[in-house]
Design a protein around this ligand. Structure first.
Ligand SMILES: NC(=O)C1=CN([C@@H]2O[C@H](COP(=O)(O)OP(=O)(O)OC[C@H]3O[C@@H](n4cnc5c(N)ncnc54)[C@H](O)[C@@H]3O)[C@@H](O)[C@H]2O)C=CC1
Ligand SMILES: CC(=O)C(=O)O
Ligand SMILES: [Mg+2]
Length: 634
């Protein structure tokens, strides 16, 4: 039988084994509590203490090495009879895993394959992706993760993460407390599943965006995979398809809103602070008003971050700064139209407005005059009745506009913007007519269709470049292949690489900086510093090459995270919000200090320690994912 057919058959058998709703995710019992801010970070190098043996060890994803357990380890940890005799390297395992991955029929099957591997062997999972980052980024994140989330209740095999539901609000503190002691968790991603990745309300399936964002914090920024917690707050769903699906796994009721909902979120935040006082809380994909409301409420109190508002704002500002560097303009020259004035669109507007105010030394009100928001009712003017408090600073006086002008085309014609941002989820909204109208007023239009997933982009790079004869400076929310066209000197064909402008470029580094410095808040200055860190690493600006991407790519993602973390820590120190005492001063020393605390996907030599008196990590009690039947060779 050819090798692939055999592998596929074997995989099918395994799939059946896994296709049970077995509760394999075993939270641990909470130990004694302390309120101190002492640091119990897990080591990232040297021998790894372990008290587990035999199948228990092989079924533990943090310790499992599969065929890479050494001869000595096999003897010492009672593994000899459980493995075929050949000892292989991590690189050989990656080669095998990549062949298996490649044999999956489509990206969703590849995503499922990777999820299964993560549950078996974390080092192999992260190493495989790290070695094929460009190819696999879109499979573990947007766009494919969006498909996995949409199909959550259909593809479900085992839970991962914390499920808290509004029907059991009184159990939140108890259930969360089962996941560790106060020193165990550095980074929490929480969602309520209402506005997932541009695909709307996904109810409890939202847990997978928390899981995916945390996988990126480990991949891109080396946050320890055993010190993170993905959470979904299940408040019901307004997605009729899910409510009608007999296999839907979440609360089968309409979303609870109002005071009961706010109280539930507050109960979660308080419980998270009580049980994990050092943890940084990252809010993801909450509904339009809620995300911003909670950010404003909790920002002055705790280290928290809203990725859709702040992460998107930072990375988009970095891309704009890089593009304006190419066109040799200042931020004060910016005239920006944002199409889709929700969490991301207004987050971008805020970040850009604040940067203009800082650069020009003008008030925020003055700086807001550089930005026009267009949403479903058209341009947001004082005539529009449904203006949210977040949108208000950008609303234009109605006297200056007549109603024929306020659709996107009319606004482009009147404003003559040099920057156009799409965060509307309306595919193809940037039509040829609109783009040509924009290009007729400016030499190098900066156009960023950022809506995810790919099918929702306001335009695709190939069209934008064609309609502007290669002049547009483009960045997109999801990855796109480079575009070729006759836009070089004398009509020579050139290839233009398009940057992915996704908050994933920046949120892992911001989180890393905040976690390592144990910052008590995430201030505006820390975000500005992060933005500068990303902007200065973009190839277009760095190499003064207009055809190079505006932002750094995934190939240098760890370096970007180190730079961002360094800038964030330095800004945090200036702001007086760090609580870690031993942060080095110089850039190089600080970079080294950051790097040595980043987790790497390498196999560390296992050192046996008896369970009695051993650390909870050694006893395998940190976020035990549960037993799986096979090592990585599935
Ligand atoms: N590239 C990136 O890093 C990020 C991309 N996004 C993407 O941006 C999009 C929006 O996300 P959020 O701001 O979180 O959602 P949201 O729901 O908060 O905002 C969407 C906004 O677009 C408006 N809109 C919808 N249809 C429209 C239409 N036909 N014309 C004009 N406006 C329209 C809505 O009224 C709303 O104000 C999503 O596709 C999301 O995936 C979001 C965050 C980060
Ligand atoms: C990228 C992201 O956070 C979003 O599309 O929601
Ligand atoms: Mg998001």
């Amino acid at each position: 039988m050819p090798i692939f057919t055999r592998v596929q058959r074997y995989f099918a058998i395994l799939t059946d084994l896994f296709a049970q709703d077995a509760i394999l995710c075993i939270p641990i019992t909470m130990g004694s509590k302390t309120n101190g801010r002492h640091h119990g970070r897990l080591s990232t190098s040297g021998p790894l203490e372990c008290s587990l043996k035999g199948t228990v060890l092989m079924n533990h994803p943090s310790f499992n090495k599969g065929s890479a357990f050494t001869k000595e380890e096999r003897r010492e940890f009672e593994l000899s009879g459980l493995l075929p005799p050949s000892v292989q390297t991590l690189e050989q395992q990656v080669q095998r895993a990549y062949e298996q991955y490649s044999s999956r029929a489509d990206d969703l099957a590849k995503n499922t394959f990777l999820t299964s591997m993560k549950e078996q062997n974390e080092v192999l999972y992260f190493k495989l992706i790290q070695d094929h980052l460009e190819e696999m980024f879109g499979v573990v994140y947007t766009p494919t993760e969006g498909d996995a989330i949409e199909n959550y209740s259909r593809l479900f095999r085992r839970p991962a993460g914390v499920f808290l539901n509004i029907g059991d609000a009184e159990r939140v503190s108890h259930d969360l407390g089962l996941w560790g002691t106060p020193d165990d968790i550095d980074y929490i991603v929480v969602t309520d599943g209402e506005e997932i990745l541009g695909i709307g309300d996904q109810g409890c399936g939202g847990i997978l965006i928390s899981v995916a964002k945390l996988a990126l914090t480990t991949l891109c920024a080396g946050i320890h995979p055993n010190r993170v917690l993905p959470v979904v707050l299940d408040c019901g769903t307004d997605n009729a398809k899910l409510l009608d699906d007999p296999l839907y796994l979440g609360l089968r009721q309409k979303r609870v809103r109002g005071k009961e909902y706010d109280d539930f979120v507050d109960t979660f935040v308080k419980a998270a602070r009580e049980h994990f006082p050092q943890a940084y809380i990252h809010f993801e994909d909450f509904g339009l008003d809620n995300g911003r409301r909670f950010l404003e409420k909790y920002r002055p109190q705790i280290p928290c971050f809203n990725d859709d508002v702040q992460g998107t704002g930072c990375v988009t500002l970095a891309a704009i700064m890089a593009a304006m560097g190419v066109t040799q303009q200042k931020l004060g020259d910016l005239r920006m139209v944002v199409f889709g004035a929700g969490s991301a669109g207004v987050g971008i507007a805020d970040q850009v407005r604040d940067a203009i105010a800082a650069e020009r030394g003008v008030s925020k009100e003055e700086a807001a005059k550089h930005i026009w928001l267009v949403d479903k009712p058209g341009l947001l003017t004082t005539e529009v009745e449904t203006i949210s408090s977040a949108q208000k600073p950008f609303v234009k006086p109605k006297e200056e506009w007549n109603c024929q002008q306020t659709d996107l085309l009319g606004v482009i014609q009147k404003v003559k913007p040099n920057v156009l941002i799409g965060t509307s989820t309306k595919p193809k909204a940037f039509t040829e007519q609109i783009v040509r109208a924009m290009a007729s007023h400016v030499d190098r239009p900066i156009i960023m269709p950022l809506s995810n997933p790919t099918r929702l982009h306001e335009a695709v790079p190939a069209d934008l470049l064609e309609w502007t004869s290669g002049k547009a400076l483009v960045a997109t929310g999801s990855p796109f292949k480079p575009v070729k066209g006759p836009w070089g000197e004398g009509g020579a064909e050139i290839e233009i690489e398009v940057a992915e402008c996704n908050n994933s470029v920046v949120f892992p580094g911001i989180g890393l900086g905040a976690v390592l410095s144990r910052s008590s808040r995430v201030t505006d200055k820390m975000l500005v510093a992060a933005t500068k860190g990303v902007a200065e690493m973009g190839p277009a600006l760095k190499d003064q090459n207009a055809n190079a991407p505006l932002l750094p790519g995934v190939d240098v993602v760890r370096d970007v995270s180190v730079r961002v973390a360094r800038k964030v820590i330095q800004a945090a120190r200036e702001e007086g919000v760090t609580t870690e005492e031993n942060i080095p001063s110089g850039d190089e020393e600080l970079d080294e200090w950051i790097r040595e605390q980043m987790w790497q996907p390498v196999y560390r030599k296992l050192k046996y320690v008896p369970a009695e008196g051993a650390s909870r990590e050694a006893r395998g009690e940190l976020r035990v994912v549960g037993s799986v039947k096979m090592p990585e060779e599935d």
